[in-house]
Design a protein around this ligand. Structure first.
Ligand SMILES: Cc1cc2nc3c(=O)[nH]c(=O)nc-3n(C[C@H](O)[C@H](O)[C@H](O)COP(=O)(O)OP(=O)(O)OC[C@H]3O[C@@H](n4cnc5c(N)ncnc54)[C@H](O)[C@@H]3O)c2cc1C
Length: 473
């Protein structure tokens, strides 16, 4: 099956949905594809169908507004649809999308990638114990299913999500055993001028912290979780103070808990941009490897645009506005608009991006953080590979995450490398006393998402397979 549009958009989060609606308003025919059943992306993730009623939150209000605007627009939304391959043809783009078990080829003159981000968790001893959740992953539990990670949870990591997750746990009736945040109060004070760009978001963060302090939840500033004890389930979380480099110092403290939410920022999801041929550069302030883009999402590939967190971690507010900028630019490319976006939009984007970049800086683990991953710590959870095994592989000549993958299968399990590849690249950089930017970027190959073999192979008869001649003796 094949469908043709002026513009195809991958990702129906704040960036992709707004890009799609802007282009549709300009008269372009637009399809937006997302593997989630409903639009909203990560930040405005929709509730599962089983939840009939729940109290409104800022996320549900914004998400519901986006969903109803998209439904009322001329955009074709394809939910539960995974993009697994992108190709160029003479007319533009072909987007191979698995929907209802079959691959649809969506054809378009222009392609907008709004694939968002994935979470980074610095591996610590015991982080694969049941009851340990990613910090960002935990927000999906709350938003989609109103589910708590446990009955008594330690929330640990970097950036603002620590406080959002802790206050959501309390709002849903759970107990927060402690907050262990690597950021110091000074780190936050330094971010204040940028945070003043969005007083509304600053106020929201202040309310989270005030609520937690009033509830007397212990907050350990400048500390990190260093381990999980308990065997089959979380029993105790250990933590330590950090020095200026982010390395643990001093006494190891313990807290009893049955769950841990742990996370250290977000990494742009760039694999689709790599497949589409965009040039990629390393920009630590944007979260790591990103496609080279302009403010309006233009890349160095004609007809290819990237926006939102997939172009660099600038947060939801910036993603929403950039979506509009990109919608304008792509509409001009397909001949549905003659002028670019109004200057006011670029200014609003700059303000939101400044706020978002300050949060990204707070999210980034400091270099000393690497020490939290001990030789016995599992680094590739799909293949149960410890850091020590990977260090041996690196010492034998594997100088990139791809080389480690070839030697040990790290990154070939169900997560497709989403958990381990950045951790491996950062480990290689540490071992070489170098920077992550010096470690070759992992290569992206189709399928971008798991897909049945038959969808890749296509229709064929076994009888048609050529049988090679026997090799000469
Ligand atoms: C797990 C997670 C939870 C987060 N929670 C919060 C939060 O609570 N509060 C907050 O302020 N920020 C949160 N963030 C950050 C926030 O998501 C972003 O700042 C914001 O949503 C960026 O918007 P976006 O449109 O660029 O990307 P997203 O909202 O992430 O949207 C990207 C969309 O692309 C889809 N997609 C990606 N690849 C494919 C593919 N191959 N095929 C089909 N669909 C695809 C995804 O399903 C997703 O819906 C979270 C990030 C993550 C990773």
């Amino acid at each position: 099956m094949s469908d043709s549009y002026d513009i195809a958009v991958i990702g129906a989060g704040p960036a992709g949905a707004n890009a799609a609606m802007t282009a549709a308003r300009a008269g372009a025919s637009v399809a937006v594809v997302d593997e989630q059943p409903k639009p909203g992306g990560q930040v405005w993730r929709a509730k599962s169908a089983a939840i009939v009623k729940a109290p409104a939150t800022p996320e549900t209000v914004l998400g519901d507004a986006l969903r109803s605007d998209l439904a009322a627009s001329d955009v074709t939304h394809l939910g539960d649809a995974r993009v697994w391959q992108i190709e160029r043809d003479s007319n533009g783009w072909v987007v191979y999308t698995l929907s209802l078990g079959k691959t649809i080829q969506i054809k378009a003159k222009a392609l907008i990638l709004a694939t968002g981000a994935r979470e980074y968790v610095q591996p610590i001893p015991g982080w694969t114990t049941p009851g340990v959740f990613g910090l960002a992953g935990a927000t999906a539990l709350f938003k989609q299913d109103l589910t708590l990670p446990g009955t008594n949870t330690v929330v640990s990591g970097t950036g603002p999500l620590v406080f959002f997750v802790a206050s959501e746990i309390r709002r849903l009736g759970g107990q927060v055993a402690a907050i262990v945040t690597s950021n110091t109060r000074t780190d936050w004070a330094r971010a204040l001028p940028a945070m003043l760009q969005r007083p509304d978001l600053l106020w929201r963060g202040a309310v989270w912290v005030a609520d937690l302090m009033l509830a007397r939840v212990p907050i350990y500033w400048g500390h990190a979780a260093t381990g999980v004890q308990g065997g089959p389930a979380v029993n105790v979380v250990t933590f330590q103070k950090l020095d200026k480099t982010g390395a643990p110092i001093g006494l190891t403290k313990k807290i009893s808990a049955d769950s841990l939410c742990l996370g250290n920022g977000l990494i742009p999801a760039i694999e689709a941009a790599q497949l589409a041929g965009a040039s990629i550069e390393h920009r630590p302030e944007l979260g790591g490897w990103v496609p080279k883009t302009q403010v309006d999402g233009t890349t160095d590939v004609p007809g290819l645009y990237v926006c939102g967190d997939g172009a660099g971690i600038r947060g939801a507010a910036a993603a929403e506005i950039q979506g509009e900028l990109v919608g304008h630019a792509a509409s001009v490319y397909v001949g549905k608009m003659s002028s670019s976006a109004p200057p006011g939009l670029k200014k609003a984007y700059a303000r939101a991006a400044r706020f978002g970049l300050a949060m990204t800086a707070l999210n980034m683990p400091k270099p000393g953080y690497q020490v939290l991953t001990t030789p016995e710590t599992i680094l590739c959870r799909c293949e149960s590979l410890t850091q020590a095994t990977i260090v041996t592989e690196v010492a034998s000549g594997a100088q990139s995450a791809n080389a480690v993958k070839s030697g040990l299968r790290a990154g070939m399990g169900p997560c497709g490398g989403q958990f381990c590849q950045t951790a491996i690249a950062r480990l290689i950089a540490q071992l070489d006393d170098g920077a992550e930017a010096d470690v070759p970027l992992p290569i992206a190959r189709p399928p971008l998402r798991p897909v049945p073999m038959a969808e890749i192979a296509g229709d064929f008869n076994y009888g048609d397979l050529p049988i090679p001649k026997p090799a000469p003796l």
